[in-house]
Ligand binder design. Structure first.
Ligand code: ARG
Length: 458
């Protein structure tokens, strides 16, 4: 138990209290960011003549050596210190002597931890955005190859109207595109530097907060020192965005699971992404999709947890906020793993195009188009709806599809039908006539694919 703050205490901290309070087991995750922040702080202190050039150089060398040693395994982070901040400072003093004791001038662990957490999450946001880009790339690839792969579109999980696989995939492209944009928004909103806020009320040193912010690639310093050390909004926003990513992945997983079932058989999951059963030799289970769906609850839990932690905290810093870390780290790692694995599964997924097409041809997915055919020949839509409804009932009795009826059978229900009905309700026509932007028709789809390609260039 080594502490930075023993001065005003006459007794050792109880061991259980020490352990309960300590955060080093998890805040070592932002070890690198802690050092990066300290380096910027020291440079600023020297620029403002609070430290001499010589002191700055000694401290920077010490910090660099800690970083290198930790990275190549020469230095292990131990739980001898309560948090990563104490670990780095104590190590620095060991290495460079008394000058190391000047590192924490004009700084508190409150603004330090606020900075570290921002630096860490900011870096992770960029990584998650990159992973989402890979996912979008593989969705777009499927879209480009499947402009004319027909399948049923569903509402209420009932066959509704024919669409294409490109169109179905495009829906997910939109979702993950919004997810990426959400991450960008969060990045821009959070990108202000809290360092220099001190414990809560700033410091009496003539710090140059603009300079620190600039060194660390922030848009500027935060403008209220109390808010700076007490703000965890960006974590809540991030966990909300991560929850939304998981919700999208979970819906997608659910579809893959359904499509992979014996009943649908629309897709086949690659052997590398499925698992077997210990008892049933025939089984090939969609475990990855199921786990992604399952892990969604865990990320939602993190969001709910931080919201609840923050709701009763008076200004400014309170130790409750230490609870932001483990759950945020876990949520970030979970999302990164899920996006990467899902991308792998999706890009190796085999689509059974014939089965999808046959499925689209059955189930009366062209019934709306049949009604539209009548409307185009002067029948009011409500009447057309009724006529086609009767026709569907007739088909169910005869176990036939609408386009398998003879013209005579059609005419016996309504004389308006002519030979051109068959062309009008063919699967191809049903899709190809949907030409407005956002619809599955091939020209509209090509236009959208072009827009997506352009989007993915950045
Ligand atoms: N481990 C602490 C946290 O994560 C660091 C800040 C400690 N500040 C303090 N006043 N005890 O929040």
């Amino acid at each position: 138990m080594a502490q930075l703050w023993g001065g005003r205490f006459t007794k050792e901290t109880d061991k259980l209290v020490y352990n309960f309070n300590a955060s080093i087991s998890f805040d070592q995750k932002f070890f690198r960011q802690d050092i990066e922040g300290s380096m910027a702080h020291v440079k600023m202190l020297a620029k403002q003549s609070i430290l001499s050039e010589n002191e700055k150089n000694q401290i920077l060398l010490g910090l660099e050596s800690i970083l290198t040693d930790a990275e190549n395994g020469k230095l292990t982070i131990t739980d001898e210190y309560e948090d990563i901040h104490s670990f780095v400072e104590a190590n620095l003093i060991d290495r460079v002597g008394d000058v190391g004791k000047k590192l924490h001038t004009g700084r508190s662990r409150n603004d330090q931890v606020a900075l570290d957490m921002k630096l860490y999450t900011r870096h992770e946001i960029i990584e998650i955005k990159e992973l989402l880009k890979n996912l979008l790339d593989s969705i777009l690839k499927i879209m480009e190859q499947n402009i004319d792969t027909y399948m049923p579109g569903f509402t209420h999980l009932q066959k509704a109207q024919p669409i294409t696989l490109a169109h179905h995939m495009g829906a997910y492209f939109e979702m993950f595109k919004r997810d990426r944009q959400r991450l960008e928004d969060i990045y821009n909103r959070m990108n202000y530097c809290p360092l220099g806020s001190g414990a809560l009320a700033g410091t009496t040193y003539p710090l140059d907060r603009d300079y620190t912010a600039q060194l660390l690639d922030f848009n500027g310093p935060t403008l209220n020192s109390m808010d700076s050390v007490a703000d965890r909004d960006y974590i809540i926003e991030l966990l909300s965005a991560l929850s939304t990513i998981m919700m999208h992945l979970s819906r997608f997983s659910e579809e893959v699971i359904l499509w992979n079932s014996n009943e649908y058989h629309f897709v086949e999951i690659d052997d590398a992404y499925s698992t077997g059963s210990s008892i049933m030799p025939q089984k090939k289970n969609p475990d990855i999709a199921e786990l992604v769906r399952g892990k969604t609850g865990r990320v939602y839990g993190a969001l709910m947890s931080i919201l609840t932690t923050m709701k009763g905290i008076p200004l400014a810093y309170n130790k409750d906020m230490q609870e932001d870390k483990e759950l945020t780290f876990d949520a970030i790692d979970t999302v990164k793993g899920c996006v990467a694995l899902f991308t792998g599964m999706l890009s190796t997924l085999k689509f059974n195009k014939d089965i999808m097409k046959t499925s689209a041809m059955k189930g009366f997915t062209n019934a709306t188009d049949a009604a539209d055919y009548l409307v185009n020949r002067g029948v009011p839509f409500r009447d057309a709806h009724g006529i086609i409804g009767k026709l569907v009932l007739y088909c169910i009795e005869k176990d036939k599809a609408l386009d398998e009826l003879s013209l005579d059978e059609l005419k016996s229900i309504n004389p308006v039908f002519e030979q051109d009905i068959f062309e009008a309700i063919s699967l191809e026509t049903c899709v190809n006539k949907r030409i407005t932007i956002g619809a599955p028709g091939p020209d509209a789809m090509k236009e959208v694919i072009q827009i997506y390609k352009e989007y993915l260039r950045f």
